[in-house]
Design a protein around this ligand. Structure first.
Ligand code: NDP
Ligand code: MG
Length: 391
């Protein structure tokens, strides 16, 4: 029998794709993990349902307009109910919290992640936008507060797993990409793709924002930036390889030419569970690879002419400073606009590129600079969008 007290986990974004899968992991290992804090943006009913099942000490609804119905729904339970973005930062600081899973979407994940690091909480990092926007700042804070980051993104978990036990430097990261639903589309076909088509990812069932980012390959660009900051590898040593079957989750090549990869059935619960239990691996009933039905594992070069968002991420990475923050903010605007039918698929890269040219460049941004750059880039991208969109 395990005598340890269960690890107390705060899940920022418990109602999303990663959040709900994290709760499945917690439910399957109730002796090891407990949900201490659950949070959502506006889906308060699902949050209340989760709170009834998992009995956290506190819940937070970021959108304050849902505070009252949430509080009323949980009135018979000893659960503290808070609302607003600042409350997200406060709940992660609770002395009872042992680990914070950042499963929120977008730039909004940055302030609570920083609050968690300052409070000394290990981070299970799903919210890649945090590393894209402010990787250098986050790394500095992690060093200062001696806080580890456990990657949840499947590729970064695969890289992390491939590096376990290694003491020599990485020669090259092989970052795999499924290529998304439009992998084989021509530019002409990409002109007319719809949100419904983009939302049908071939291998992964994820939230809407990251699914659109996967279709445009902006997601892979962000993952290159995330890999640079998580593993200290320069972009010229990070090779994106399109691998449509999503079985090889990523790989690392060493100085002697040896390549170590992590393989598995696409299932985000594997990296989520490992981030929670590291350095141990826990038993699971997730599907296993079937080596005899897995016929063709194929690998292709990415096409940055058709998927320009990937190229733009490299431009931002080379420029450094607040350039990735600008690209992230512009992308959040065009991603939402595409989903809502206000922006065409190929127009997303145009607007991100224009925003990157127009927004104020800051070589060594502070936290305040990031907040301002994010706001400025959103304004610029929104202005481009309204001036250039015509169906
Ligand atoms: P979802 O859209 O499914 O869920 C997002 C969660 O965050 C929801 O709980 C949502 O609340 C909450 N949220 C959204 N915006 C805010 C905000 N402004 N303030 C507070 N809470 C907010 O996203 P995913 O689970 O797909 O992705 C989460 C993160 O993990 C992203 O950064 C993504 O890039 C990353 N990731 C996801 C993967 C996946 O398989 N899904 C794989 C690898 C990385 P509500 O439900 O109320 O809207
Ligand atoms: Mg990924």
């Amino acid at each position: 029998m395990n005598q340890e007290t269960p690890k107390q986990i705060a899940i920022l974004g418990s109602t999303g794709s990663i959040g709900t899968q994290a709760l499945q992991v917690i439910a399957a290992h109730a002796d090891r993990f407990e949900a201490r804090v659950l949070t959502a943006n506006h889906r308060w009913e699902l949050l209340a349902e989760q709170a009834r099942q998992f009995k956290p000490a506190a819940v937070v609804i970021a959108d304050e307009s849902h505070y009252e119905p949430l509080r009323d729904a949980l009135a018979d339970l000893p659960i503290a109910v808070y609302a607003g973005a600042d409350a997200l930062c406060q709940v992660v600081e609770s002395p009872e919290v042992d680990m914070v899973l950042t499963a929120m979407v977008g730039f909004a994940g940055l302030p609570p992640t920083i609050a968690a690091i300052r409070a000394g909480k290990p981070i299970a990092l799903a919210n890649k936008e945090t590393m894209v926007v402010a990787g250098e700042l986050i790394n500095g804070l992690c060093r200062q507060y001696q806080v580890p980051i456990l990657p949840v993104d499947s590729e970064h978990s695969a890289i992390f797993q491939s590096m376990m036990g290694e003491v020599s430097p990485i020669e090259k990261i092989i970052l795999t990409a499924s290529g998304g639903p439009f992998r084989t589309f021509t530019c002409e076909q990409l002109e007319t793709v719809t949100p419904a088509m983009a939302l049908k990812h071939p291998n992964w069932d994820m939230g809407a924002k990251i699914t659109i980012d996967s279709a445009s390959m902006m997601n892979k660009g962000f993952e290159v930036i995330e890999a640079k900051w998580l593993f200290g590898v320069e972009p010229e040593h990070i090779q994106v390889v399109v691998h449509p079957q999503s079985v090889v989750h990523s790989a690392v090549q060493f100085a002697d030419g040896a390549v170590k990869a992590q393989l598995g059935v696409p299932d985000m619960r594997v990296p989520i569970q490992l981030a929670f239990s590291f350095p141990e691996r826990l038993q699971s009933d997730f599907d296993r690879l079937d080596w005899f039905t897995m016929h063709d594992l194929t690998f292709e070069r990415p096409d940055t002419d058709r998927f320009r968002c990937l190229a733009l991420a490299y431009v931002a990475l080379h420029r450094g400073g607040n350039a990735p923050c600008i690209v992230n903010a512009a992308n959040e605007i065009v991603n939402r606009a595409f989903l809502e039918g206000r922006c065409r698929f190929l127009q997303m890269a145009d607007i991100i590129e224009e925003t990157l040219q127009r927004a104020t460049f800051i070589k060594q941004p502070t936290y305040e600079d990031y907040l301002q750059s994010d706001a400025q880039a959103r304004r610029i991208a929104a202005a481009f969008l309204s001036s250039s969109f015509n169906v």
